[in-house]
Every structure is written in C-alpha cells, then in structure tokens.
Design a protein around this ligand. Structure first.
Ligand SMILES: [Zn+2]
Length: 278
C-alpha cells in the first residue's frame, strides 16, 4: 500500500477524531445544572444579573477585540514559537476564566466561545490556515475528575459543532498524556521520575514547572506526524511550560508546530497566581 498523502492523512486524523467521544453531552448537562445551582450574579462586578452582566460583557468584548503576540513574557516557551492571545489575564477576562474553569460556571462558555474563535481565526490566518491542525493541550485526568468537564474541550467542541472553527483547519487531539503521574527525564531531572505535586504547577518555580511537565506528553512515534502543520491551543498562557511540552511532543512525532493560540496571557510576575491548570 502506498504511503498515504498529506490530505489522506488529514482525513484519517479527522476520522480518528470523530470516533473519540466529546464531553459535549456531559458539558451541556453541567451547564444546565450550573444555571440551576449557581446564584445569578455577575462574576465580575457582583451585580444581580446573569453570570456576566451586560456592561461587563461589553468590557470583555472590548478587552479581547485585538489579539496580540504574548510569547515574550513566557520564559518556558521554546524560542521562536509565536503565541497569540485574545487578551490579558487580568480584570474581567481573568474573573470570567476563573469562574468558568474552577467554579463550575459552564454557563459562561457562550461568552468565551467567540473570544476563542476570534483568536483562532487570527492565528490561523497568520500561520496559513490551509491544512492546519488545531491541537488542544490535553488536560490532566485529575483535573477532569475534579471539574467533571474539560474547559478547553468544551469550548472547542462547541465551536466545531457550530462550524465556527477557521476554514480549512482540522481539530484533533494529537497530544495526550503519555503516562499519567510519570514523566521522562528532562532538563534538571536527568534519569528521574517526575511526580506531579499535589499543589499543581502553581506551587513550583519556573524551572520546577518546566521540569515537572517535561516528557509527560506524547503525540505518537517519531515521524508519525511528518508533514502535519499544527497550531497548539490552550486557555491560559502562564510560563508556557504546558504549551512547550505539547510542542515538544508534536515535534518529536515529526509535526511542524507553527504557533500557539490562547484565550488569555498573564502579564509579568502575577502569572504564577493565574495558572489553574494543575
Ligand atoms: Zn458585571
């Protein structure tokens, strides 16, 4: 059998992806539940209204209208990997992301979807959309158990279902955690097994954080993704350690990682407080 061509392989990836269960149904159920159980006050200003009141929604829209390249503030990123962010992890955007990710506010997904779509469209345009594979950074099994939903997958799944992803791109979870709870030897951990700490990434310094995730992800055998162009997608950019690890895994499998896109990037030293990924 001849080697499948580039387009064939993209189709194979798309098929593979279609067979994987999206947590969309679970997410929808969680959203319904959230609407019933959570008091309806704005998560940003606290006024009695929807989860995000009209003025705060307008501010959020304004603060994410102009995506910008944020990679220079993230010290753990590999050199020359552009990371486009929809906005800064501050103010209303930070509050909304925190409520959405850590306080069960899946009812805020409709607010965050256009923000993510906007940054993906711009990133795909900059990197060349044709044949680009959008690769979400995988969440950990522990985080999924804790939350009951995957914040990033929930947004991406809904965008995909509504055909709001950039044209000519494919969404595929090419990166997975290789061996949960264990990592290969990496910088500063030569020969050691890396055990994720109970406090997650935020309890670590920047060096520790990078070492903590190094070798924990895989995208398949060397060469298995040769010729595939990828855009790594995550929700929040902090030090860039998790994006760096996903990029390393993709490149090890032969993929070209063109860039990454995130909803929000943490500016400066406050970034440690913002990483809620664990
Ligand atoms: Zn408000």
């Amino acid at each position: 059998m001849p080697e499948p061509g580039y387009t064939d392989r993209l189709l194979l990836l798309a098929d593979h992806w279609r067979l994987r269960p999206w947590p969309a149904a679970a997410g929808a159920a969680a959203a319904d539940l959230g609407a019933v159980l959570l008091p309806t006050s704005c998560v940003v200003c606290g006024c009695a209204d929807h989860s995000l009141c009209v003025p705060c929604r307008a501010l959020l829209r304004r603060s994410t209208a102009r995506p910008y390249y944020a990679h220079e503030a993230a010290e753990a990123l590999p050199g020359a990997l552009p990371v486009l962010a929809a906005g800064r992890y501050a103010g209303g955007l930070a509050q909304v992301l925190l409520a959405y990710k850590n306080h069960g506010h899946t009812d805020l997904a409709p607010v965050l979807r256009p923000v993510l779509a906007g940054v993906l469209h711009r990133a795909a345009e900059d990197a060349g959309a044709r044949g680009l594979v959008l690769v979400p950074v995988p969440g950990t099994a522990r985080a999924l158990r804790r939350r009951g939903y995957s914040p990033l997958d929930l947004l991406l799944g809904a965008l995909r279902a509504r055909r709001l992803l950039p044209a000519q791109t494919t969404l595929a979870p090419l990166v997975v955690h290789s061996r949960p709870g264990r990592g290969a030897a990496g910088p500063g951990t030569r020969g050691a097994v890396v055990v994720p700490r109970p406090g997650g990434q935020k309890s670590l310094g920047k060096r520790g954080r990078r070492a903590n995730v190094y070798g924990t992800m895989t995208a398949g055998a060397p060469g298995s993704l040769a010729g595939i162009r990828c855009l790594v997608v995550d929700d929040v950019l902090t030090t860039g350690a998790t994006i760096a690890e996903a990029t390393r895994a993709l490149r090890a499998a032969g993929a070209q990682v063109q860039a990454a896109a995130v909803i929000a990037a943490t500016p400066g030293p406050a970034r440690d407080a913002a990483n809620t990924n664990g």
